[in-house]
Design a protein around this ligand. Structure first.
Ligand code: SF4
Ligand code: SF4
Ligand code: SF4
Length: 353
């Protein structure tokens, strides 16, 4: 897999081939990138702190707390900090991330979570949909890369691990379809429920769907499980809703097990939930694909035949070299800019078009 040069073997072919699953040993690649960077004169002596990767980590941590402002009250006894965060609640639109509406003292909710719940009440969510489309058309899926708490946790779980498993392009392509199937089921149920409520025939359907009636994705939504079920019902109960969870403790345990396993798997498969399972990712990708801000490669600097560092570090396992130099229109790009930070030739550029 690796050679003396430290390059990772890759054919560089652009077709979807039967490339075998490969375990990519990142230390070699990262070492090589580091060496190259060290040879370059440092423009910024504080580059270790003030760089894109660190900036993204700070933003991710900040939003993680903003979305879970209850932590400051519950654990640190700092109600004023909580108040500061929730003061944004009324002025912030939903963002294209995963964040449950029910999160106690959460400053931001996710567009997908809001859309789903609004649809199921029989109302068309004009504002949420409009805000979501505008954000995605401008900055693509940057909120996935910089804000979404579920993406953040996966990134931090992946951080200490220096090897990751990259499925072959054909396997990856098949696995990515799973989120489309989940999306169809979840949105289909929400619309069905909405129509039933609007026509006054929801009673039987509500009884049949049970906990899936108002938000079909919620029982398997890691954001809902962590920031609503775990936070409000278990760690910091404020209402009798806790009783419901104690009475259905078996199911809650299954939910926590699912979330725990999900994050453990991220250790080897970066952002696997985002790539394969998240139905919101499918929706956001539709509009983000043609976003105004995107990633491109400088053809004068990029050496795709001898280098694939950007693909190795990409948490979304995007075969960047398969795209045209000009603009990488990928519905899966989360604008994390890891490819830009690691490219040894500074060939990755931000495109505005
Ligand atoms: S794809 Fe990942 S980062 Fe984006 S909304 Fe889903 S969980 Fe969050
Ligand atoms: S963009 Fe950079 S990392 Fe990617 S193939 Fe080109 S030179 Fe290598
Ligand atoms: S292509 Fe670059 S910016 Fe997009 S997800 Fe991959 S590493 Fe991040």
């Amino acid at each position: 897999m690796t050679e003396d040069t430290g390059k990772i073997e890759d054919t560089g072919e652009v077709e979807e081939t039967s490339e075998p699953d490969v375990e990519v040993e990142e230390p070699v690649t990262e070492k090589e990138v580091k060496e190259k960077k060290e040879k370059k004169p440092r423009g910024n002596p504080l580059g270790f702190i003030f760089n894109l990767r660190m900036l993204r980590r700070f933003v991710q941590i900040g939003f993680f707390f903003a979305i879970n402002a209850y932590i400051f009250v519950a654990w640190f006894h700092m109600p004023n900090v909580t108040k500061f965060f929730i003061s944004f609640r009324d002025i912030m639109p939903s963002l294209p991330i995963l964040a449950p509406l029910e999160a106690p003292f959460g400053a931001i909710s996710g567009s997908f979570d809001t859309l789903q719940q609004t649809f199921s009440t029989g109302i068309f969510p004009f504002f949420t949909l409009g805000a979501m489309i505008i954000i995605l058309i401008f900055v693509g899926r940057a909120p996935c890369g910089w804000i979404c708490p579920i993406g953040t946790i996966q990134d931090f779980v992946t951080l200490p691990k220096r090897t990751k498993i990259r499925p072959s392009p054909s396997t990856e392509k098949e696995l990515r379809k799973v989120k489309l199937y989940i999306f169809v089921v979840v949105v289909g149920l929400a619309v069905w429920m909405g129509i039933a409520r609007a026509t006054g025939t929801a009673e039987t359907l509500e009884a049949a769907l049970g906990m899936f009636a108002n938000d079909a994705f919620a029982p398997l939504n890691p954001a809902y499980i962590l920031f609503k079920v775990l936070a409000l019902d278990v760690l910091w109960p404020t209402s009798f809703s806790t009783l419901w969870y104690f009475s259905t403790w078996g199911f809650a345990l299954l939910q926590f097990a699912f979330v725990a396993i999900m994050f453990i798997i991220s250790f080897w498969f970066p952002r696997w939930f985002c790539r394969w399972l998240c139905p919101a990712a499918y929706l956001y990708g539709i509009f983000a694909k043609e976003s105004l801000i995107g990633i491109g490669r400088n053809p004068a600097r990029c050496t795709p035949d001898t280098c694939n560092v950007c693909e190795v570090v990409c948490p979304m396992n995007i075969r960047i070299r398969r795209f045209p130099y000009q603009h990488m229109h990928s519905p899966d790009c989360i604008m994390c800019l890891d490819c830009k930070s690691h490219c040894p030739n500074d060939a990755i550029v931000l495109r505005f078009s």
